[in-house]
Design a protein around this ligand. Structure first.
Ligand code: ASP
Length: 362
C-alpha cells in the first residue's frame, strides 16, 4: 500500500475502505448516530465523561464551542485522580510536571497553545488566552508561564504525593545500571497499586490526555486538547497535544477532531487535520478516524516501533465530530480503555466503543 498523499483515489475508495474496515472492526457499524442527531454535542476521550456533559450544558446556555470545550476539560485538569492531565499529572523524567494544551475555534479559525508549561492547573485556559490575547499561536516553557502570570493565573505545585510516588517507583525500577535502587515493599504502596490496577505494569508508560471536540446547536465547532504528556517524558519533550493540526484541528465548514495516545505517531500524520480532511471529502467522523489510523500504520516504518506481525506497538486514538453533529472515535488497538465519551443535548453522557484496526491475540 503506498504511503500516499491524499489522492483522488482515496476519494473514490472511501466507501470500499470503510467496508473493508468494517470487516475487522465490528464497532464501526453502530458507533455513529444517524445525521440530524441532536446538537449541541460533545465528544471526548473516555476520561471526559463529565467534561462532555458540562460542555453541552455550557453550549446550551449560549457559550461558544471552544469556550464550552475549555470549561469541560477544566474538570479533568483540576482532578488529581486523573494522572494524565493538569493537577496531579505524572511528571517528566526529572519529576517536574510540564503541561501541554491547545484550543481551536472553527468559526474564527484561530488557535492558541502552550507547551511545557509548569505550575498552572488550567493550561487550556492559558491556551485560550493566547488565542484571544495575542496574534501568536504557541508559547512554550518559561515564556508561557510569564504570559500566564501576566494574566493573573494562580500558581500551584502540580505534583501530588501519588504522582511523586509513581514517578519515584518508575525512576527506581527503570534500570539496573544507574544509582537508583528499588525500595523493599514499595510496590505494595496503595498509590503504586492504584496505578498498576488502572494502567497495568507491562510498559508502565501508558497514555492519557483529554481531547474534547464540541458542536453547538447551530453547527459551530470548537475543540481543546490538554495533557501532562507522555509519562516520564524527556525534559522538554512536547507531544502532539498542543500542536494544531496534530493533537487537534477544527474547521468551521467541516468538523473537529483530535487525538490521545502516542503523540509522535500522531504528529507525523498531522492526525487532527487529516481526520478533518477526510470528513471534508465525505467520510463519516468514524471512517475519517479509521482512515487516518490506517495511514499511521502505513507510516510506521521502523522495526522497533512494530510488533512481530509488523503492526505499530503504540496505540493512538482519534475522536471527531462533524457539523451535522455526528460523532466517531477509533483506535489502532482495541482494549478496555478504547472508548470515547459523547453527550448530546437532552441526554446523559455515555461511553461508546471505538472502532479499531487491531485486537491483541491473547
Ligand atoms: N498524546 C500525548 C502525548 O504524546 C500523550 C497521551 O495522550 O497519553 O504527549
Amino acid at each position: 500500500m503506498p504511503d500516499d498523499p491524499m489522492t483522488r483515489r482515496d476519494l473514490i475508495a472511501t466507501t470500499a475502505k470503510a467496508a473493508a474496515v468494517a470487516a475487522v472492526a465490528p464497532a464501526l457499524a453502530n458507533a455513529t448516530p444517524p445525521p440530524g442527531s441532536p446538537r449541541p454535542v460533545a465528544v471526548s476521550s473516555m476520561n471526559g465523561i463529565h467534561a462532555v456533559k458540562l460542555a453541552v450544558e455550557r453550549m446550551s446556555g449560549g457559550a461558544s464551542p471552544v469556550d464550552a470545550a475549555v470549561a469541560g476539560v477544566g474538570l479533568v485538569e483540576a482532578d488529581p485522580e486523573d494522572v494524565t492531565v493538569g493537577y496531579g499529572g505524572l511528571p517528566n523524567e526529572d519529576g517536574v510536571v510540564q503541561l501541554d494544551a491547545a484550543v481551536m475555534d472553527g468559526t474564527t479559525m484561530r488557535a492558541g497553545a502552550v507547551a511545557a508549561l509548569e505550575r498552572i492547573v488550567h493550561p487550556a485556559q492559558v491556551a485560550l488566552q493566547v488565542m484571544r490575547g495575542t496574534d501568536r499561536i504557541l508559547l512554550v516553557g518559561e515564556g508561557a508561564l510569564r504570559f500566564a502570570r501576566a494574566h493573573g493565573f494562580p500558581e500551584k505545585d502540580l505534583l501530588t504525593e501519588r504522582s511523586r510516588k509513581i514517578w519515584l517507583f518508575w525512576k527506581e525500577n527503570e534500570s539496573d545500571h544507574d544509582d537508583w535502587l528499588p525500595e523493599a515493599g514499595e510496590i505494595d504502596d496503595p498509590d503504586i497499586q492504584w496505578f498498576i490496577k488502572n494502567y497495568g505494569d507491562v510498559d508502565f508508560r501508558p497514555h492519557g490526555t483529554i481531547h474534547l471536540s464540541a458542536c453547538d446547536a447551530a453547527g459551530r465547532l470548537g475543540c481543546c486538547t490538554t495533557t501532562s504528556g507522555l509519562f516520564f517524558k524527556m525534559s522538554g519533550r512536547v507531544g502532539d497535544s498542543p500542536l494544531v493540526g496534530a493533537g487537534l484541528y477544527c474547521d468551521g465548514d467541516v468538523g473537529s477532531a483530535g487525538g490521545t495516545g502516542h503523540g509522535e505517531s500522531n504528529i507525523v500524520v498531522a492526525g487532527g487535520h487529516t481526520v478533518v480532511e477526510f470528513m471534508r471529502r465525505g467520510s463519516s467522523p468514524e471512517a475519517a478516524c479509521v482512515a487516518t489510523l490506517e495511514r499511521v500504520v502505513r507510516n510506521t516504518k521502523l522495526d522497533y516501533l512494530k510488533d512481530a506481525k509488523g503492526r505499530p506497538k503504540n496505540n493512538l486514538l482519534l475522536y471527531a465530530v462533524n457539523r451535522a453533529g455526528e460523532v466517531g472515535g477509533a483506535a489502532i488497538w482495541a482494549g478496555e480503555r478504547t472508548k470515547y465519551a459523547v453527550c448530546r443535548a437532552g441526554s446523559e453522557p455515555q461511553l461508546v466503543d471505538c472502532a479499531y484496526l487491531f485486537k491483541r491475540d491473547n
